[in-house]
Design a binder for this molecule. Structure first.
Ligand SMILES: NC(=O)c1ccc[n+]([C@@H]2O[C@H](COP(=O)([O-])OP(=O)(O)OC[C@H]3O[C@@H](n4cnc5c(N)ncnc54)[C@H](OP(=O)(O)O)[C@@H]3O)[C@@H](O)[C@H]2O)c1
Length: 318
């Protein structure tokens, strides 16, 4: 199966490449990278894995990309947030090239399409365009990364692997949220893109459903250390969301402000509203990975914490 990945050099992209290469299905992978990063270390690593890396410009896809995407079975986009709107041109190119299935960049927690998260809305705008041009697609959401879910330990022994430690519990810490090891995302993708049942559908593939209280309990048990628990109230979090929404509404384009808005909206969605669950996903029309692939093996959250405690975890984006 011929697959083109845009964003393969990134965090989710690397997981997807590994998942496709580990699969029993034979995938022939081409990675499209921006000219400026064509010789990056990440791309060198992809080449060592047997991936063909070519330069392409998402902002000018007409010439290069249509040729590249022709006779391609699946196109997967795992681009960084800043490049999400560029997928409109990319999907037009995929349509012209007759691509069998387009996987737009989602790979996040479940949430309703509008009114909850700005970043989600940008992804949904792309999906609406895909539907407008009748491009075959599959949306894949994966829940919240394990790598963004653990708190620090007082000893500091897992600091080396934590990207953004969860310092405070949201609300009373009792809202369940679906979590996935970033490494497993690609393994789900390999199953989903080769599955006719998932064509023109949304799929929610996650590893475990846990509350923050359960995460803190697990880390205390496995580490033998006692964790301080402090809580952010719903009202406090809502006020932070409102503050940053207003800054953006008033025209702020400061990337730091926009990222803070996304971060607070994410937390409000999965930590207070409880959007990121299989129940919400079913309501919103997703197929569930757990039902499609009951045999799927995955890293448990305990397994991830053991990796962290044993000094074997890798900090994302490092
Ligand atoms: N579920 C979660 O908890 C979670 C966590 C993080 C991210 N995500 C989601 O995962 C998806 C992919 O995010 P990611 O963090 O994996 O991506 P990333 O590592 O930040 O970036 C992926 C690639 O995008 C390419 N790119 C294209 N245009 C770019 C630009 N203007 N600036 C920088 N890079 C650009 C780069 O490839 P080249 O340099 O090779 O061109 C880069 O390696 C997003 O939808 C994001 O929302 C989910």
């Amino acid at each position: 199966m011929k697959v083109v990945i845009i964003g393969a050099s990134g965090e989710t992209g690397r997981s997807i490449v590994n998942g496709l290469l580990e699969s029993a299905i034979e995938f022939e992978i081409t990675a499209v990278s921006r000219e400026l990063s064509i010789n990056s270390k990440s791309n060198d690593e992809l080449r060592k894995l047997g991936v063909q890396v070519v330069a392409g410009d998402l902002k000018d896809p007409e010439n290069d990309l249509i040729r590249l995407l022709t006779r391609c079975d699946v196109v997967i986009s795992s681009v960084t947030a800043a490049a999400l709107p560029d997928q409109i041109l990319l999907s037009d190119a995929a349509k012209k090239a007759g691509v069998g299935r387009f996987i737009p960049c989602f790979f996040g927690p479940v949430a309703p399409p509008k009114g909850v998260m700005k970043l989600r809305e940008t992804k949904e705008d792309v999906l609406n365009h895909i539907k407008k041009i009748y491009l075959p697609y599959t949306v894949i959401d994966a829940g919240w990364w394990y790598q963004l879910s653990a708190p620090r330990l007082p000893s500091g022994r897992i600091d080396y692997g934590l990207l953004a430690p969860m310092e405070r519990l949201l609300g009373d810490g009792s809202v369940p949220s679906a979590l996935t090891h970033v490494r497993d995302i690609g393994r789900y993708v390999a199953r989903i893109v080769a599955d006719p049942r998932t064509l023109n559908k949304m799929v929610f593939a996650y590893n475990e459903l846990l509350t923050q209280e359960q995460i803190f309990d697990k880390l205390e048990k496995l580490s033998g250390e006692k964790l301080e628990r402090s809580y952010v109230s719903e009202a406090e979090l809502k006020a932070e969301v409102a503050k940053f929404e207003e800054l953006v509404r008033n025209g702020s384009t400061d990337p730091m402000i926009i990222q803070r808005l996304w971060a607070y909206q994410y937390r409000y969605s999965w930590g207070i509203r409880g959007d990121n669950t299989p129940e919400s996903a079913k309501y919103l029309g997703y197929l569930l990975g757990k039902e499609l692939y009951p045999d799927m093996d995955f890293t448990t959250f305990d397994g991830y914490l053991k990796e962290l405690l044993d000094g074997k975890a890798r900090k994302p984006y490092a």
